[in-house]
Write a protein of this length. Sequence first.
Length: 576
Amino acid sequence: MTPDDTRARPDPDTPARPDGQRPARGPEGGASARQGTGAGEAGSAEGGAPADGVPGPAGGGGGDDPAPGRPAPCGGSGAHNDARGVRGESVVRPRGGGDDDPAPGRPASYGGSGAPDDARGGRPGGRPAPPHPGAAGVGGPGRPGAEALARLACTRSAPGDVALLLDGAHSRRLVLLKSLLTRLERRPDAVPADVRERFEAHWRLLERAEAQHPRAVRDTLGYPSVGTWLTRALTAPDGDALARCLGHLGPLAAAAALRAGGRFALDLPAPGGRLVLPATGLVETGAPVLRLTAHGRGAHLTSGGRRTGPVLLRLPGRVLGAGAGWRGLRRLPGSAACLDDLDPYRAPAEGVGSAALLAASPAETGGEPWGRRWRGALALLRAVDRARAAEVTALLRCVVPLARPAAASGGTGPKVSATFRAAPGAVFATLPGTAADLAEVLVHETQHSKLSVLHDLLPLHGAGPREAYRVAWRPDPRPFAGVLQGTYAHLALADFWARAALRRPLPAAARRGAGTRRDSYLQQVAEALPILLESAELTAAGREFVTGMHRHLAALARSGERPVAIGAMSPFGDVR
């Protein structure tokens, strides 16, 4: 990325709002709505490199095997664990228990309109969050142990750590899904009776699919757009808005049941004549309602009793379509991830970033070289750091292209990328200028997803949303959570470019550019870490984590070409 490459990353280093979206970042670059300022996006690693400015790996090949816990490819069903494997959790409707004492596995209902607590870590049901754990919280049930925490503090991960993070994201997804059911059980008048009946029929199909093939259901529920849909449904007011959201459970249950196998027939809404099956693809027939009938290894659609649209094929591990009206998600080469320009819930309705960029349509993405950029980025990641590449491909489910502003159709608009806590596993981005830029986006945004899930599993701090801290990559004051998120993501970029600067297979010009980026990120992290180290907001586990970040910075600084001041007192004190 060149110094004048302007980025406007919406702000994943800022605590999320109740809808799961992080407030947009301005035009200054940094954590997740990055808009370069030169200081944070220095140098270019493109010199002498082939396609997209990125050299390919010297040895080639390898690195394609999924890490433990890696989801199946688009349309697949290869999620790693039984859906009941996370502390006994299952999507199956919980039974028994009173309103004030939820049954095991059943969350207490959300209050009011059913919106979840603030996404900064509040617990559903209106109950206060448990006290922040001390050191004893490390290594508890469903939490990372001391060794895993140390690895994660260095922005690294082992296959077991990735599996733990995926389990944590799945646990939160089940809590939100069950909370939606609980809302309807406790507020039966929230939607008309016929809407509720359809919802319950769709839920029963999901139950049956889980009983038959739990892994298929887990994989489908783990798709990022499902999280965006759930947060929108949980925050929707009673009435028509909620009813529209509830209708999407039908396509979701159908997508899961298609993967699970077995026979079923289901009437599904197709707004605008389009039926989207999450993590699978789009059926376009023009009919407002479609009946999906699945049997054996296939499924067909009818409207008004007559066959219409494509035929769906249930192959091992995936569902494909054949015939007019079918458009499947495009798989990104060499990975299990998809380019999602189809799902209606793929991005927040209000847009992404300060420019409120909307998700790009297939017409907008068809002419853009996403596949070529992706191949170059993945080649660079694997050439520089195969473990980092494996982490990215294990945690990433989809890339959601963002539409450029109309005034920037010539390619001069801001480069935007984002991550949302509601949709871990998704990276939202405008088309990066080079494959090196996309590699940086993937590393950066993956850290935000990792840290958000880790904080859910093991609270690292108890800070509120007050914006009181200054950091090098932003001109505006940041909340404590934003400082932690941004510092962590920049530390990972410093690590990545430090390794790139030492990789002999890369051209000399590319190594020099990598060294420039490394030194820039090292300096930014060195300036921000004292804010974290001096803070009383950290839990015992959080202090251990930040101390590990500090040690890793010191190790990386020894590889830099310029001295980096580490551990100096923050010029602003603990709070400004």
